[in-house]
Design a protein around this ligand. Structure first.
Ligand code: PLP
Length: 404
């Protein structure tokens, strides 16, 4: 009998945030068990509603949004993105440099598909948001992971970046603020990364989807604004700051000199055309989101839900014997470290599965973010404080007797 296998292109592609453990969780739910899912950064399902004005604009424009738009997106949406970047100091862009995609996810894949040939390398942080690594593999390239240093509040290790550059390195990915670590990169580090990119002719891919989710005194700097002489691909979208992940709206801005990347831009345009356009009615939410009052600010200040949840989760995690956690400066996650010796850890997928089966809470193992040791898990800080408190207490109860 003829069998059909997945393509060889998918051999090294992995996306564990929705991976095999989620299938176990679904099975338990089918059996009637209540599972607390702390595995996905999906604000709306935890009671973080999208701002009303987004819905109003989408609904108002729905009757006239039946056709395709330009492949790069609606002019009004792209103009709003362009103006928002100009306001933060990225001047060398015009509307033609903005691409709207069905989420940043689509743009990540397109940005790699348009660039990479077999053997090309892209530097990616470790831990990473795993779609970057997966998209590079799918595109025939090789993700080369540079370490982010937990001891330095998860800032990128510049020496490690330099060591890993080869003649095949085409670009470097920066996720700032970072998923999963919650790090927000300092201006100094970003300037140094820019210098490395400058000296080695690298394209910078700046995934800034959490750019407005910042706690305490954290300040976000767009690397494109710090290095106007470099070609930078900056990405963000509606999923996190605007709590509208289901709208599937993301954008990508190409800034800096373009002469030497004409061929690449041709590739990006080709891929944008091939998928015709992003969902049109939902593109109308972009202008509404970026202009005017930024309601995310209510959530991230002390007394706001996100701030309080992150702080409490961080404190509770550090109270667990054998667990330590850096305080997130931005984004929606905590990435605690577990004492490998104390828990005799050698398989973090097993750890997450054991916790799910025993306590009915779903986390994602650190290796799902291409972390190199089985000693981290990622926790989403989105549930209401009572639920989050309960989940972390269950984690403490589970770990109290856990050894692999
Ligand atoms: N980039 C990062 C760092 C993310 O954490 C996510 C989603 O969690 C994405 C990109 C994808 O976002 P989107 O919903 O826009 O596809």
């Amino acid at each position: 009998m003829v069998t059909f296998e997945k393509s060889n292109k998918l051999e090294h592609v992995c996306y564990d945030i929705r991976g095999p453990i989620l299938e176990y969780a679904k099975k338990l739910e089918e059996e009637g068990q209540k599972i607390l899912k702390l595995n996905i950064g999906n604000p709306a399902v935890f009671g973080f509603d999208a701002p009303d004005e987004l819905l109003v604009d989408v609904i108002r424009n729905l009757p006239t949004s039946q056709g395709y738009s330009d492949s790069k997106g609606l002019y009004s949406a792209r103009k709003a993105v362009m103006q928002s970047y100009q306001a933060r100091g990225i001047y060398s862009i015009d509307v033609e440099d903005i691409y709207i995609g069905n989420g940043v996810s689509e743009l990540i894949v397109q940005s790699m598909q348009a660039l990479l040939n077999s053997g090309d390398e892209i530097l990616v942080p470790m831990p990473d948001y795993p779609l970057w690594t997966a998209a590079i593999s799918l595109s025939g390239g090789k993700a080369v992971h540079y370490v982010c240093d937990e001891e330095q509040d998860w800032q990128p290790d510049l020496d490690d970046i330099k060591k890993k550059i080869t003649p095949n390195t085409k670009g470097i990915v920066i996720i700032n603020p970072n998923n999963p670590t919650g790090a927000v990169y300092s201006k100094e580090i970003l300037l140094e990364i820019a210098e490395i990119a400058r000296q080695n002719n690298l394209i910078i891919f700046a995934d800034e989807i959490y750019d407005k989710i910042l706690y305490d005194d954290a300040v976000h700097h767009s690397i494109a604004a710090l290095a106007p002489d470099l070609f930078v691909v900056t990405m963000s979208g509606l999923s996190k700051t605007y709590r509208a992940a289901g709208f599937r709206q993301g954008w990508m801005a190409l800034s800096g000199p373009k002469k030497h990347v004409k061929g690449y831009i041709e590739g990006l345009n080709m891929l944008a055309s091939m998928r015709l356009c992003a969902n049109v009615p939902l593109q109308h939410a972009i202008q509404a989101a970026l202009g005017g009052y930024q309601s995310i600010n209510e959530f991230i200040k002390p007394g706001g839900r996100l701030y309080d949840q992150c702080k409490m989760a961080w404190e509770l995690l550090n109270d667990i014997p054998g667990v330590s956690c850096r305080r997130p400066k931005g984004a929606l996650y905590l990435f605690p470290k577990l004492d490998m010796k104390k828990f005799n850890l050698h398989n973090d997928q097993k750890l997450v599965l054991d916790f799910l089966l025993q306590e009915k809470v779903l986390l994602v193992q650190g290796s799902g973010f291409n972390w190199h040791k089985p000693d981290h898990v990622r926790i989403v800080a989105l549930p209401y404080i009572g639920e989050l408190d309960d989940a972390i207490h269950r984690f403490a109860r589970f770990l109290a007797n856990y050894r692999q």
